[in-house]
Design a protein around this ligand. Sequence first.
Ligand SMILES: Cc1cc2nc3c(=O)[nH]c(=O)nc-3n(C[C@H](O)[C@H](O)[C@H](O)COP(=O)(O)OP(=O)(O)OC[C@H]3O[C@@H](n4cnc5c(N)ncnc54)[C@H](O)[C@@H]3O)c2cc1C
Length: 383
Amino acid sequence: MNGSAKTQAADVIIVGGGLMGASAAFFLRQRGRSVILLERGLVGQQASGVNFGNVRRQGRHLIQLPLANRARDIWGRLPELLGEDCEFLPSGHLRVFYSDEFAAKGEQYARDAKAYDLHLELFAGNALRDRFPYLGRDVIMASLGAQDGHANPRLATPAFGRAARRAGAAIEENTEVLAIQKLGEDFQVETRGRGTFRAPNLIVAAGAWSGALAAGFGEPVPLTAKGPQMGVTEPVPYRIGPSLGVSTSVEADTVYLRQVKRGNIVFGGGTRGDADIEAIRAYVDPVNTLNQLPRLQRLVPGVGPLRLIRTWSGIESYLPDDLPVLGASEKVAGLLYAFGFCGAGFQIGPGVGDVLAELVDTGTTVTPIDPFHIRRFAPARAA
Ligand SMILES: Cc1cc2nc3c(=O)[nH]c(=O)nc-3n(C[C@H](O)[C@H](O)[C@H](O)COP(=O)(O)OP(=O)(O)OC[C@H]3O[C@@H](n4cnc5c(N)ncnc54)[C@H](O)[C@@H]3O)c2cc1C
């Protein structure tokens, strides 16, 4: 930590120490770039550290799959890259369907995803019951992404932060960014009591707080914050391998769960709660929890008798088209954005960090990210 009042300089400043910022810092150091990461609280304290932990590719917009594939490759190499596995368990991700209509969508998705190198296995009838005997009788079909699974969000982002620091990044926690100006070639970043920082490249990876920063550069976006509702049960013998999720258009029914090796069942989904970015608080509405419980039981009847030991939420940012903002600013040279991950940024996080580092280093990326460019909101701004 450095509380000095003099200006510190680097090739890149990152605002925000979530998974996007921390992994970008790590991959920038791998490319030999000097980097300063400025985090208001602790690395991984917000959405990146409190999420459900799904490492899931299926169900994403197809245009997100190349980025998700890049991320999946990194998840598999965490021990080699970071020296720890962050409890990433490639035990599969299973998407289940209750209706013919959604099962047909699932079949179509499985066909389309092949072109993106995501191979899904469909199960119905006896094959479904034999392979996943814990599923409820309402499940008529399930789609297995065998290479996916889950990881521990408490571990992943701090692990990237520590590895980045070991590789030479300046990871400045308890350092809130108050103002940013572009002075000539450089960004000058003022912080609360921790001095001034300068760099020719700036990455805005400030999660739900990125909207104000983008607006400050003349690129406002319709970013909103909500709190997905989480819970965890007491531990029971480990039986459910894959991470499970319901595919439906009924928001309240969109529950998901996973069992950790210690036996606890972590769950989430359904109606989201409120999140307050000023107070830095996301709230669990007990009514949402009560609505989740019968739906979890419909998915896996065996969870019915289990005791709930904790509920929580976190602040996530959403955009109306359910896609993130990722890539270069349209207005300011040297500025990159990575925010608005719409409840699905944990899996792609390491891929986002790798892409950001590649963009800074080479000016381009081999992974298609054009659909996520901030310019898509320009017509609405002009109107
Ligand atoms: C409850 C919950 C469940 C979820 N479940 C999943 C899941 O299972 N799978 C999945 O793929 N995704 C999931 N997500 C989404 C995923 O967690 C997020 O998309 C992802 O973590 C966003 O990472 P981030 O780095 O962009 O943001 P964050 O993790 O929010 O990090 C942004 C950081 O910026 C810092 N910051 C903000 N303003 C400033 C400032 N002015 N100065 C300095 N620092 C600042 C914040 O303190 C914060 O640490 C879930 C999200 C939540 C909340």
